[in-house]
Design a protein around this ligand. Sequence first.
Ligand code: NAD
Ligand code: UDP
Ligand code: UDP
Length: 408
Amino acid sequence: MAKVDKITHVGTNRFGFDSTVDIDVLRSLYLAPAYIKQGEQTKEVTGTGHKDYGSESTYDKDTNSIQYTTVAKFPPVKLLPNAERKRILVTGGAGFVGSHLVDRLMLLGHEVTVLDNFFTGSRTTVSHWVGHPNFEMVRHDVVEPFLIEVDQIYHLACPASPPHYQYNAVKTIKTSFMGTLNMLGLAKRTKARFLITSTSEVYGDPEEHPQREDYWGHVNCIGPRACYDEGKRVAETLTYGYARQDGVDVRVARIFNTFGPRMNPYDGRVVSNFIIQALKGEDMTVYGDGSQTRSFQYVHDLIDGLILLMNGDETRPVNIGNGDEFTILEFAEAVRDIVEKVQKEQGNPLAKRVNIIHKEIPTDDPQRRRPDTSRAKEVLQWQPQWHVRQGVEEMVRYYSAKMAEGAI
Ligand code: NAD
Ligand code: UDP
Ligand code: UDP
């Protein structure tokens, strides 16, 4: 999978498992038709996507109200023979990554149950599937035991942005430890395959660069990020404990910074902050001098990697991320350029360039981060397909449509 200029499909056909889907079908699920009504006039603000799929919304400026219509038709899903159709549980399925995974698994023809407590996720991210015979949504907290019969578990439930996971640090640790324990207990009882979305944060503020899976990490166990970092580390420990002790079939994805549509615009992560600030013409906030680095992957690449990992044989942890590394200051400039380009194309350029300003750097902010993805390349034949710029542009269009329709 090399990077290509125009992407028409995502997914892969490997290990006897064809997971390809048309990107336009996916787009229609997160860029559903939206209209703005003012007086007698109604204007369409979201042009992409398939008119038949997903719900429509009309924002009435006069009354400041939004009207949703129910779906006209669900997108067609594959008709799988019983032996291939899996019952899949996605914890955290109403979150940013989870909702994209749910879209894919649904389109591929599986039976999907979303378990979520809606702490950071929202029902709107998957509402286009509600009512579909293959879909079920359950409000539940993973900290409590949960009984269901399933074949595969994608365990994502956990707040992921620093402001969210630090909001209630003790709850974050409980979610990581007790939530993972419960889902592993469930996997043990049902003999389901279990995949956990771990994180590059297990490497902490790394002393090795880029980070390989066999690097043990450099984590401050009492700092403000510890609830998340140590939570994920112990979740991995539990996962391999159940694998060794009880023979649970496990997969561990270590995800590096990911962005894309449906990311909560106010979750405080850098990509959403920069795009929203630039779109609104506000100052873009670079923390510290901006020399710290990150590498950003577009969400569709991550979903490809997760599905491949779940359906492949690799049981060791696998890094999934994009190797293109930016300083945060370079990234701010790139986002500003892309936002300006899209605004020009849409015929509403801002009167003046937004400023990039500096704010204090948060405690324990890792200085450098870039994945070594040779393992993913070797065992999953996976490589990112999206250039960061392509992803950012798609996300700018998404946020600007959401702003126009009154949802942001
Ligand atoms: P998100 O906050 O959008 O999604 C997390 C979901 O989990 C939300 O829907 C939330 O309501 C739910 N949740 C949280 N606590 C729960 C609980 N106790 N019980 C039930 N549901 C609960 O975050 P995301 O970016 O979609 O992250 C998903 C997963 O991927 C997380 O496990 C995260 O650690 C991991 N991850 C994400 C990134 C990234 O860059 N997005 C990077 C590394 C790892
Ligand atoms: N668990 C669950 N659903 C299940 C099976 C187990 O939520 O279908 C929970 C269970 O309540 C326990 C945890 O998973 O808190 C670990 O289960 P395990 O069987 O390993 O431990 P035990 O119940 O023997 O302590
Ligand atoms: N950051 C920034 N401005 C923002 C938000 C974040 O400069 O408005 C920086 C942050 O200090 C970090 C990087 O961007 O160095 C990535 O932050 P994020 O919270 O997205 O994820 P992290 O990788 O730190 O978990």
